[in-house]
Every structure is written in structure tokens, then in C-alpha cells.
Design a protein around this ligand. Structure first.
Ligand code: MLT
Ligand code: ZN
Length: 461
């Protein structure tokens, strides 16, 4: 429990402008983008790794739990203080430090905004490829702690792939400075990887060395309307075999209707499909465009595409992407139950048809919106809450639907959380994706790095 005395000791570390117990601040900083309400006892803003370490060492002496906070954009309740924890915001540790043009790396403090790293890379003639709708507010430390994915995973992988080195404060208050830009380093266990996707349960990511790459050339997007789910997967197979892609995303007609109505955007093409794909590639020369158009025509001939439109300039490219990227924020008003499922891409045709059947049997009364990263085998199902139900009633009635979906998912060795993390939202379902032994090993690792159990307690398990 945070006593007055401990509060004053924390204040001594950061100064009185960098810690608060103001009620409005606590409810703002105490939560992420989920519906869980905050119950934080203080919010503290360390300015550097030394202060962060001093905070962790202090709470180890005093027995106060901490919750890490980055951009507060999480979708699984991983950064919510629900039991009187002190929230540690990495917001002010936001320096972009050394850039190394030869290694193509840049050192970032945890509080660097994703879009600022992307802009920095661009200034150097390079590219940071992890990208998603919340890039303007999410922080690198949060991206690393949740191993964020996004819309370009098909070509560039998840955040993990871009971390070349990591400096952390462990739950015991020690600093670990790991890997330091090495491309090759086979010297035993790779401890750095444990902190990526750990959701702050092992300690704090303070600083990261991020890799950059060459920028893509002439990114172009082809949007296709498709008649049904099976056709969507056939189009995916067709394009994946036929050409190199940087993204393959999808959304349903219902998603399109909600986004166009809410934001006053134009529908992309005249035909109405059940689903739409966004197929992105580098149009390095005319031959690539010709290849994409010929694959599109083959899809039309086979009846697996109904219509299509290709971006001819940057504005059209951005407008087409908006139709996909705005879905999540538009749906937020319905307080949806969010599923973030993945199975091996080659098996998703069969799996998704089974999910459709489960939904038609168990959830006919609810509107379900499909979208996501189908090229990665990852779909987001959002079940919308009807106005007449409270959030608690709705969540309760969705339990049976979730269990039915997860039981099928487990038979495909799928993941209950492909990219949003476990946090509070999915922890009852972790066993569908991880064996008892794996969970026991995870708890053992936590015990080693956070022996007093003060780092984001109650998250993941
Ligand atoms: C997305 O793909 O749009 C994000 O993961 C957010 C979401 O699923 O709501
Ligand atoms: Zn997503």
C-alpha cells in the first residue's frame, strides 16, 4: 500500500512536479484503451534510467506494486492499475539518442513515440516498418513490451524483429544492458527476448536500440471487393504465390459501412462485396503493376473478386488505407468484445468457416465485425455491444461464445492473442494457447526477475 511516507520518498526521487495523486490524473493515467477502470494510487514520471531504477529499488524495500504506462493504447488491459498500484509513465524518457548509419540502428528511450521514430528514420533516408493506427500516440517501450504487430507484419515481422539491443530495469531493481546492436550473438540464453512481449511483468524497458531498414519504393495499394470468405482466402493465396507483398489486410462490408458513415468517406468501388482486401506492394516498375493487374483480372475471371481499385497517387493510397486503419477507433463507441485470433495462415480458411458457424449458432443476436491481418493468419473479430445491455451483461453473455471459439482455436494450435497481448482481458484463456508446463516456466522466469511480484501484478496470469 502506498503510504504518505512512501509517496514522499518517491517524490524525493523525481521531484514534486513529476508525481501526482490528483484524482483526474489517476483515472487518466491509470488505464489503457480498454474498458477496465483505473484504481491507481499515484502516477510518477521518471526522467531517466537512474530515477527508474531508484523507484524500483524503493518499492522492493517497501512492497508497493508498479504498473508501467506507455502510450495507453493497449487493447488487453495490460497497463491498467486495478489494485492501487503506482503507475510509472515512461512519457518523459523520450530522447532519440545515437544513430549509427553503418549498423542502421538508433537508440531510443522507452518514451519515444512510434511516429517520431518513423519520422527520424525517414530523415536519415531509412525506414522503421512497424506501423499501426496508433503510431501517433503509442510509445516504443509499450510496443516492445507488447511485441506490437500492425499492418506490415507480412513483410517486416513484429516489433521483436527490430530490437537490436535492450536496456531494462528488472523487477529486482537491477539494470541489464543486453545485446548492444550485435547482429550475431550466440552466447547462451537470449534474455532480451524475455522482456519483449512480457507486458511489463518482468521489469521496465528503459531504452532500446532499434533497427532501421531501406525505405520501400512506390508503395501501392490494390483494393478488391470479394464475394465471400472462401474467395478472400483464394485471393490471398493467388497474390501470395504471384508476387511479393508488403501487406495483405481485410475488412468486412459492415466495417466499411461503419467507417464511411462515421467519417463521411467515399466507398472505394461500385460493387458491394462481403469482404474487401487491401493488397500492398512496392511498385518499383511498370512490370510490377502489370503483374498485379493480371492477378486481379484472373481473380475477376474466377469470380473470386467482384471489383477493384488501385491507388494512383499518395492521396489515393492514404484514402484506401484509412478505410482499414480507422475501423478500430470507429468501433470503440460500441464497446466491442475484441478477439485477436491467429492460426497458421494456411489453415485459416477451414478455421474461419468454423468460427462463422459458431457465431451463427451462439451469437445471432449480435453484430460481428471482421477485419484484420489475414495475410498473417490474424483476424480481429469485434462483437458489438447492443445499447440495451450493460457492458457487464454483454461481457457475461459473450463468455460462452469466446470459449467455443477458443476450443476450436486450440485444435488448430492457434493463439488467443496474436498481437494485443494477454493483460487482464485474455488471462482466463491463456491455457488455450500455452501448456501447463509453459505457464509454469513463465511463472518461474517471473519469480527470478521480479522475486517480490511487484511488476504489473495480475497481468498475463
Ligand atoms: C488493428 O488491427 O486495427 C488493431 O489491432 C486494433 C484493433 O484490432 O482494434
Ligand atoms: Zn491488428
Amino acid at each position: 500500500m502506498l503510504t504518505n511516507d512512501i509517496y514522499l520518498q518517491l517524490l524525493q526521487i523525481v521531484g514534486d512536479k513529476k508525481i501526482t495523486r490528483d484524482a483526474a490524473e489517476l483515472s487518466y493515467w491509470g488505464k489503457d484503451s480498454t474498458q477496465f477502470s483505473a484504481n491507481a494510487s499515484a502516477i510518477i514520471f521518471p526522467q531517466n534510467i537512474e530515477q527508474l531504477q531508484a523507484i524500483v529499488q524503493l518499492v522492493n524495500r517497501e512492497g508497493v506494486a508498479l504498473v508501467p504506462s506507455a502510450g495507453r493504447t493497449g487493447l488487453s488491459g495490460g497497463a491498467v492499475a486495478i489494485q492501487g498500484e503506482v503507475v510509472v509513465s515512461l512519457r518523459d524518457m523520450n530522447a532519440i539518442k545515437q544513430f549509427n548509419a553503418i549498423d542502421r540502428t538508433v537508440v531510443c528511450e522507452a518514451g519515444v513515440i512510434t511516429a517520431d521514430l518513423q519520422a527520424f528514420a525517414e530523415q536519415q533516408g531509412l525506414y522503421y516498418p512497424v506501423d499501426f493506427a496508433s503510431s501517433g500516440s503509442s510509445l516504443i517501450g509499450g510496443n516492445i513490451s507488447t511485441n506490437a504487430g500492425g499492418i506490415k507484419v507480412l513483410k517486416y515481422g513484429m516489433t521483436r524483429q527490430w530490437v537490436a539491443g535492450l536496456k531494462v530495469v528488472t523487477g529486482a531493481g537491477d539494470i541489464l544492458d543486453m545485446n548492444k546492436s550485435l547482429l550475431k550473438n550466440n552466447t547462451g540464453y537470449d534474455i532480451q527476448q524475455l522482456f519483449i512481449g512480457a507486458e511489463g511483468t518482468l521489469g521496465f524497458v528503459a531504452e532500446a536500440t532499434m533497427r532501421l531498414t531501406r525505405p520501400p519504393e512506390h508503395l501501392t495499394v490494390l483494393l478488391l471487393a470479394v464475394p465471400h470468405l472462401t474467395a478472400l482466402l483464394q485471393v490471398l493465396a493467388h497474390f501470395q504465390v504471384g508476387m511479393e507483398l508488403t501487406a495483405f489486410e481485410f475488412f468486412s462490408e459492415q466495417a466499411l459501412q461503419k467507417v464511411t458513415a462515421q467519417l463521411g468517406l467515399q466507398r472505394p468501388c461500385s460493387e458491394v462485396g462481403a469482404y474487401y482486401t487491401l493488397i500492398e506492394f512496392e511498385a518499383k516498375d511498370d512490370m510490377v503493376i502489370e503483374r498485379a493487374m493480371s492477378l486481379f483480372e484472373q481473380c475477376l475471371e474466377q469470380g473470386i473478386a467482384l471489383d477493384g481499385v488501385i491507388s494512383q497517387n499518395q492521396a489515393q493510397y492514404q484514402n484506401l488505407w484509412r478505410l482499414r486503419e480507422e475501423i478500430s477507433s470507429v468501433l470503440a463507441q460500441w464497446q466491442p468484445l475484441k478477439h485477436d485470433l491467429s492460426v497458421p495462415p494456411s489453415q485459416q480458411g477451414e478455421f474461419l468457416l468454423e468460427v462463422e458457424k459458431i457465431l451463427s449458432e451462439l451469437a445471432p443476436q449480435y453484430q460481428v465485425i471482421w477485419y484484420g491481418h489475414i495475410g498473417d493468419g490474424n483476424v480481429h473479430l469485434n462483437i458489438l455491444k447492443p445499447d440495451e445491455l450493460t457492458k457487464a451483461e454483454f461481457d457475461h453473455s459473450c463468455k460462452a461464445i469466446s470459449v467455443a471459439i477458443f476450443e476450436r482455436l486450440a485444435t488448430y494450435n492457434g493463439s488467443v492473442s496474436a498481437e494485443h497481448g494477454i493483460g487482464l482481458l485474455k488471462k482466463d484463456y491463456l491455457h488455450y494457447s500455452r501448456s501447463e508446463l509453459e505457464i509454469a516456466l513463465m511463472k518461474g522466469i517471473k519469480q527470478q526477475l521480479d522475486p517480490k511480484g511487484l511488476m504489473n501484478p495480475g497481468k498475463i496470469f
